[in-house]
Write a protein that binds this ligand. Structure first.
Ligand code: SF4
Length: 227
């Protein structure tokens, strides 16, 4: 499979935020979100076999732990990534799959936690989520909305309510988008939507969702990759 990078850091997002985690970042994406902070994954990378990826994961995190399969869009390489996830589960790792949900998710192994990033209008990729994937979501999965405006927030609230997400998945995550050229200050000044404003909307509307910040961008310089 085509790999951009494999590294160990802290998980920055989802209900797993703060835990040590190995990231396997696959090359290539078929979307072009306006705020994408992973454009360096669109091309390049190196070819690695499933065994080579497993060896690297085991070197970084011997004896188990958390592994996130991400990208780019990892499900573009479904033929290799599904057996990789099966092998990781078999070897005792907790496996997270970060995906836009644009590709079918029916072949993702049941033990994998899917973190599905449903695209909002201001991402420029609205309506790319494959609605059939809703039926594949389980009580272990999480649905994330990255928000950069009030319109995005209203879209996310409506989608959450219309599809009963709060009752069917482990967590619904509302996360302010980060400016993609952010560098320097490790604070919320780089957010395209002020977290305080978002928090106040969520409190006022009693939204059944969890506000998520990208923890790694508050720990390291937001421009630093591989953390
Ligand atoms: S789906 Fe992810 S990697 Fe692809 S353009 Fe959007 S944010 Fe970037």
């Amino acid at each position: 499979m085509q790999i951009t990078e494999i590294y160990k850091s802290l998980q920055g997002e989802s209900t797993y935020a703060g835990l040590p985690c190995v990231f396997v970042r696959l090359t290539g994406c078929n979307l072009r979100c306006s705020w994408c902070d992973s454009e360096y994954t669109f091309t390049g990378g190196r070819k690695e076999s499933i065994d080579e990826v497993l060896d690297e994961v085991k070197r970084l995190s011997p004896g188990g732990g958390l592994v996130e399969i991400t990208g780019g869009e990892p499900m573009l390489q479904e033929r290799e990534v599904v057996p990789l996830m099966e092998r990781l589960l078999h070897d005792g790792y907790g496996v997270l799959l970060e995906t836009s949900g644009e590709r079918p998710l029916r072949n993702v192994p049941a033990g994998v936690v899917k973190i599905v990033d449903v695209k909002c209008p201001d991402s420029g990729e609205r309506d790319t989520f494959c609605m059939n994937n809703l039926a594949t979501l389980s009580a272990r999965d999480e649905v994330k909305f990255v928000l950069s405006s009030r319109a995005d927030y209203e879209f996310a609230c409506d989608f959450t309510e219309r599809h009963g997400l709060a009752q069917s998945v482990n967590a619904v995550l509302f996360s302010p988008a980060f400016r993609k050229d952010a560098t320097g200050a490790r604070d919320s000044s780089h957010c395209l939507l002020d977290p305080q404003e978002l928090a106040e909307w969520m409190i006022a509307d009693n939204v059944p969702a969890r506000l998520g910040l990208q923890l790694h961008k508050f720990i390291w310089d937001p421009a630093v990759k591989g953390v």
